[in-house]
Structures are given as structure tokens and as C-alpha cells.
Design a protein around this ligand. Structure first.
Ligand SMILES: [Zn+2]
Ligand SMILES: [Zn+2]
Length: 344
């Protein structure tokens, strides 16, 4: 192991029960030969972190022991395993927070996001990054250009979800897209749609403040679904992205698609929903989900470095490790968009 001076112990914010976070002194993760140790600079708070914090589970993923949350992160390499070039020490990186098995059918087919043996940060029982250090395989520590700040680099993770979504939705120059929900993912999807060349980007949200914000981030038009019947507004779009998790939004969004259109369900919320089956059959609509991402960081880094996507200004709150609980509750304020934890 090649390293700069790294201590043996670190501080981490540990989830020990529902709405219970404690800063603990824990051992620094050991790194395998193909891994690097990253000193964490910034960690974005995601809806899934908030969900584990409040409910202790997301569907079948149940927190049944102490867990470190946080999976959107950037930092600096401070040590490398035996198989990694020591020249990597000191590099600023964005972390793709996962470790696939490389051997299963899905990994071999290039769909590592669907690897059944996946170890993903902050998904029980795998620890995340609300800590001073974390370990990651070298190929998932993506080098950063100087123009991308630590905070923006942490948000390359949700941007990756948006890029995976645009690819699934087959957004291309001239496309029209409807996005339901103007939370962090909806806003980053709107920016990504613009970067992918979409000509028309319609964003819906029930909250006026959030609709207003969508207009600053790529939406060409915003609609209030409480006022406009989205299914019958004549939108006739190529692609629909649900970033709201609302059953009504999904039903109406699919109805707003033109023949051969694609619906991508990103938002969480309902395990079962009613879908407009006749519309899906008669218009040959594709309905799919998106589960994390495959090979999106290079594109994400390019979109931010070239100024096509702005992640920097999405950060509305900064918290240290001791205040991680406040970071997780920040979404209660409608003016908040993205909170980040700075473990330093
Ligand atoms: Zn996330
Ligand atoms: Zn696998």
C-alpha cells in the first residue's frame, strides 16, 4: 500500500436507529489491492439517505445494524492498493459508489448496474460516505478537472442518474420531453435534456417555487398539474420522465406520449400503480425504469466541465458531520434543493 500519512481511525456519522445519528470514532476502511482510499471532501444528501434515516428501510433493503449513509461524493486519493499506480495519490476524484462482482451474467453483458452481487454505498449492509475516508475500486475513482469543485463533483452521482435516464428515454437533438417533478432529479434531468439537445422540455410540479426554478434550469415550459390536465394538454412528447413518484403523474405522463414514445420511471413512491394499458398497447409505448447507471461519469464530467450542466448552484445547504441529521431534514424546507455534508 502506497500512501501519504493516513491515521488509523476516522470520524463517521452512523445511523443507529430511526432518526438517530451518532458521530463515532471508527477504523479507517482497509483497501484491497485494486482499491484506493479517498479522503472525503463533500457528500450530497439523496432522497434514499433521507428515506433510510426516517424509515429504516427502502422496500426490501432494511437497515438492521449501524450504517453510514451517503453515496454522492468527491474527495482526494490518499492511499492506493498494490495493483494501483502510486501516481494516483493526490488526485481529486468523484466516486462512483459501487462495487460489482465482474463475473455474473449481467456484469459480463455490460450491465453492471444490474449485478445481483452489487455492493452499493449506503445500501444495507454496505457503509457509505458520511465519514472522513472511504475505499473504492480504482476504476470507480474518476479523476476531476480543476474547473469542477468538490461540491459539484459530489453531485455527479445524481447527474449520472439523469444521464442514464436520457439514454433510456432516447433523448436526441430535437426531442420533446415531459418531466414530472422539479426536485433535484427533475432539475438535473431538465438540464441534461437540454444538453442532450431536447427542443422542448416541459416540467410539471405542484409547487410554484419549484416550477419557477425549473425555468432557470432548462425547462422551456412549466405546468401545474393541479390546474392543467397533463394527459389531455396535447403535449404529444417523445419522452416522459417521472421524477415525482406520484401515481397520477405516471398515468398522465404516459398518456402525454406520442406513438412509439418512451416513459422512464425514476421517482420512488409507489410499489404498484395503475397504467393506461390501452394507450401503451395501441401506441407501442415503451415503459421502463432506470436503476443507477453504467459508465456515466465520463459524460457527466464533460457536461459539467463544459458548462452545459450547472451542479454548483444546486447546493442550498452545507453541514459538517456533527450536523448530518440537519442535512437529512433539509428537504422539509421547500426552498432547499440539495444539502451537502462536508466531513473534513
Ligand atoms: Zn443519490
Ligand atoms: Zn456481477
Amino acid at each position: 500500500m502506497t500512501q501519504t500519512t493516513v491515521p488509523d481511525r476516522m470520524r463517521a456519522s452512523v445511523l443507529t436507529g430511526i432518526r438517530e445519528l451518532t458521530v463515532r470514532d471508527v477504523p479507517i476502511p482497509t483497501i484491497a489491492d485494486d482499491e484506493v482510499l479517498v479522503e472525503v471532501a463533500a457528500v450530497g444528501v439523496c432522497g434514499s439517505d433521507t428515506h433510510y434515516f426516517r424509515h429504516g428501510r427502502i422496500g426490501d433493503f432494511v437497515v438492521d445494524g449501524p450504517l453510514i449513509l451517503g453515496h454522492e461524493l468527491s474527495g482526494r486519493i490518499v492511499a492506493v492498493g498494490a495493483e494501483v499506480s502510486p501516481t494516483r495519490v493526490g488526485e481529486r476524484v468523484a466516486v462512483e459508489p459501487q462495487k460489482n462482482c465482474r463475473r455474473c451474467r449481467e456484469c459480463r453483458a455490460g450491465r453492471y448496474n444490474l449485478c445481483p452481487n452489487m455492493e452499493f454505498f449506503a445500501t444495507p449492509p454496505i457503509d457509505g460516505a458520511f465519514a472522513q475516508y472511504c475505499a473504492i475500486r480504482t476504476e470507480f475513482a474518476h479523476p476531476l478537472p480543476d474547473v469542477i469543485s468538490d461540491e459539484a463533483a459530489a453531485l455527479l452521482e445524481p447527474l449520472s442518474v439523469a444521464i442514464a435516464t436520457m439514454r433510456k428515454a432516447r433523448v436526441a437533438p430535437g426531442s420533446s420531453i415531459l418531466i414530472a417533478g422539479a426536485g433535484p432529479i427533475g432539475i438535473i434531468c431538465a438540464q441534461s435534456a437540454r444538453a442532450f439537445g431536447a427542443a422542448e422540455i416541459v416540467v410539471t410540479d405542484l409547487v410554484a417555487e419549484r416550477r419557477e426554478r425549473a425555468l432557470q434550469y432548462g425547462a422551456t415550459r412549466v405546468l401545474d398539474p393541479a390546474v392543467t390536465d397533463i394527459a389531455r394538454a396535447g403535449l404529444d412528447v417523445n419522452a416522459f420522465v417521472d421524477a415525482s413518484g406520484s401515481a397520477r403523474a405516471v398515468f398522465d405522463g404516459i398518456k402525454a406520449l406520442r406513438p412509439a414514445g418512451t416513459a422512464v420511471l425514476v421517482g420512488l413512491g409507489n410499489v404498484e400503480m395503475t397504467l393506461p394499458i390501452e394507450h401503451i398497447q395501441n401506441l407501442e409505448i415503451t415503459v421502463t425504469g432506470v436503476f443507477r447507471y453504467v459508465d456515466t461519469w465520463p459524460a457527466a464530467i464533460h457536461l459539467v466541465a463544459s458548462g452545459q450542466v450547472d451542479l454548483e448552484s444546486l447546493v442550498t445547504g452545507r453541514f459538517d458531520l456533527e450536523h448530518a441529521a440537519q442535512a437529512l431534514e433539509a428537504d422539509q424546507d421547500p426552498a432547499s434543493l440539495k444539502a451537502v455534508v462536508l466531513p473534513g
